[in-house]
Design a protein around this ligand. Sequence first.
Ligand code: ADP
Length: 482
Amino acid sequence: MKSENVKQTKNKKPPKKLKSVNFTMWGYFCILAVFLIFALELVFYSVVAGTFGNQARQRVERIGKEVCMEIRAGFPVNDLSLRRYASDGVYVYILDSRGNVLSPQTPAAEVDEKVVTELLNYLGGYGAGSEIIFRAGEGINYGAKLGAGRNEHYVLATYSLSIVKETVGTLQLYLFIVGVVILALSFLISYLISQKITRGLKSMSSAAAELAKGDYTVKFTNVDYKEMAQLSDTLNHVRDEVKKSEDFQREILANVTHDLKTPLTMIKAYASMIREISGDNKEKREKHLKVIEDEADRLTGLVNDVLSVSKLQSNLDVINPKVFNLTELVYGIINKFGYLQETNGYSFMLDIDKDLYTRADEEKIKQVIYNLLGNAANYTGEDKTVYISLKQSMDGQRIKFCVRDTGKGIEEKDLNEIWNRYYRVKENHNRPVKGTGLGLNIVKVILTNHAFDFGVESKINQGSAFWVDFPSVPSAIDITKE
Ligand code: ADP
């Protein structure tokens, strides 16, 4: 026993820890913000900083070459001509073979020693005309060797990256501020959105709790978001359906108890009558016993109907389709109603094609035809005539069964309702076939389970025609194989 308990606890899964919408939103927004900041940094470094570097390199090279050309072309190069590039951030120097500044001389030109040493290192061993672009000191530099022998000198153009660095620094600061703002905003937005969503969910969940307690007046309202509106629509629908089903159950109980009471009272009354009055009178006794039999039949019918409905509704009753002769089935049921023709003056007008076969659950289809014929007999007019037809379509694919009466008809507003459980059009009607208000519901469930088309057409004071559309199966199909 003990070990079993241990096993059970081991197998039991721990309950899943659920995250709140607020927390999840925050999480996702933070991830998004961090990703955005990273993306900005990346763009900044690869595009902005890269572009700055490239531009500096191009500028220093262009100016350096320009000065070299001027020197080669014999233009006078003096302090003024060299200083004119300063506005572009480029400083140009003419150096002697040892790296001393020849020009510009005023004001005393300062050149980074490191840069000069690098330049001499790079170009010292090469001949006149060689040039190089290199990074040294604070900036990016262009160097060219001109002249030879005693006339050997260098052109050095240098672009200080300190300005670029400063700009980049400032931009980075801005970027940091933007990042912080994005992060703060994402916190705020995620908080506001999640609050808005959860507010709707919370109100719906408290409404659902009320519904669970049995309050069917609750309304699920949320029109802020499409999905939430859909959810509240669905919940409203669920509420209506639950209410309907509860009403139905109450109605069923009332109807069944009422329907059971009448025949039971009759049976009891007639049994007493036989004992006390008609016991020895054979004729009277037979009559009273007939009433008892009829009422007992009615009780059986009622109980069967209630059982069929609950079985059909809970899908316990599976459909067993097979091929059978529909014509024979219809004739068989008409024969059952023969007593109406013989004793009650009913006439059945038939238009039935020979040997039509269909594939369906024979027993259930029998019930459908029986219920429809019973209703037609119950509700037909003074002429007590019922028209029954079973015809194959022109293309031979379908069979249409139709039963028509000449009664009062069914009002437009009731046409959809009559298929519901216990729905009865309110009127007193003396009916030869006892009904329970379940007949058409059984018809509907059976035909829907078969996926057969069916319907009713009705005209007030002219009558109603109930029809069912069956698939036609060639009789050649070997029925024994079904
Ligand atoms: P019931 O046992 O009351 O006949 P049904 O489910 O068979 O129950 O029918 C439901 C209601 O539909 C009936 O009460 C009646 O008002 C109406 N109805 C059914 N068939 C016909 C018909 N042929 N003509 C007029 N009304 C009909």
